[in-house]
Design a protein around this ligand. Structure first.
Ligand SMILES: Nc1ncnc2c1ncn2[C@@H]1O[C@H](COP(=O)(O)OP(=O)(O)OP(=O)(O)O)[C@@H](O)[C@H]1O
Length: 280
């Protein structure tokens, strides 16, 4: 399954925002993935799943122009990823800020506001207003002036989301953006990303170990395993036969109370007989 049957903006003739052709990534003699041909259409929501070390973060790093492909080509917004970086919002995998970081919450968000939008320098008052708006959107107004290093992991994460969305990017890349958020804030953040897509038509690439909090928004899944991959709609990919073939062993995809559970992965730290609410 190298492509999807899902209807996307690409079907309507819109140029893809992300285009990979026969792309491969290897470190030394270890191939993370190869033969990846994928177009992500404007407004499309792609979830990237796979076990630890399968190359999900590396995939985002390729799209950010931080890592060269070993094989094939990649473009973002029709150009080299590095040249396209300005139109890309990025929520990195979370690392806490040191306690003494000399930044307030609002300073962090302000870093994402493009002060030179349309070639015109924004007046500081307009930047300030935009930052206030973004802080309100992620529910961070209450700690707008607090030092970031003293905030909880979840509070810091909401600021990173605000920063990534600040310049209304055409592509939003999220690396485990829901990690360390409680269920309520997982929902808040997942809705924020979704609303941004609805409002601006941006594409979303969301790396996650648990697809459940975002599943209702996802158009397609890129599932990495064993140096290979599957691409398709959630119903096409999250199936026992498809994942069993990908992993080369018996995998069960279970649906329970509206949640999707994957049991039996050989590299899973979880037991088959007690499926976790984690995917994959
Ligand atoms: N620059 C590099 N040089 C050599 N090996 C690297 C480099 N970057 C990543 N790797 C290796 O590639 C593999 C994939 O890393 P990556 O961070 O992309 O995995 P991941 O799927 O995001 O994992 P996780 O779910 O644990 O975050 C890892 O084994 C990592 O050590």
């Amino acid at each position: 399954m190298g492509s999807s049957t899902a209807h996307t903006a690409a079907d309507d003739g819109a140029a893809p925002v992300i285009r990979l052709q026969d792309a491969g990534l290897a470190f030394g003699d270890r191939t993370l993935w190869s033969g990846l041909t994928l177009d992500v259409a404007p407004g499309e929501y792609l979830a990237v799943l796979g076990s630890n070390g399968t190359g999900k973060t590396s995939f985002l790093r390729v799209l950010l122009g931080l890592l060269p492909l070993s094989h094939g080509t990649v473009s973002v917004n029709g150009t080299r990823p590095r040249a396209a970086a300005r139109g890309v919002g990025y929520v990195p995998q979370q690392r806490g800020f040191p306690a003494r970081t000399p930044l307030r919450a609002r300073d962090l968000v302000a870093q994402g506001v493009d002060g030179h939008r349309w070639g015109v320098r924004l007046h500081p008052r307009r930047v300030h207003r935009r930052v206030d708006e973004l802080l309100a959107r992620v529910g961070a107004t209450g700690y707008a002036d607090a030092p970031v290093g003293l905030l909880s992991g979840g509070e810091q994460q909401r600021l990173r989301i605000a920063q990534a969305l600040a310049a209304d990017p055409t592509v939003v890349l999220c690396d485990e953006a829901l990690l360390s958020l409680d269920l309520h804030h997982q929902h808040v953040v997942s809705e924020l990303v979704h609303e941004q897509r609805e409002r601006t038509g941006c594409s979303v690439v969301f790396v996650t170990h648990d697809v459940n909090p975002i599943i209702e928004h996802v158009d397609r899944i890129l599932y990495l395993a064993n140096g290979s991959f599957r691409i398709g709609t959630p119903d096409e990919v999250l199936r026992s036969d498809v994942l069993s073939e990908l992993y080369g062993t018996g995998i069960e995809v279970l649906r329970s109370n509206g949640r999707i559970l994957v049991a039996g992965r050989p590299d899973s730290t979880h037991h088959t007989d007690a499926p976790e609410e984690l995917l994959p």
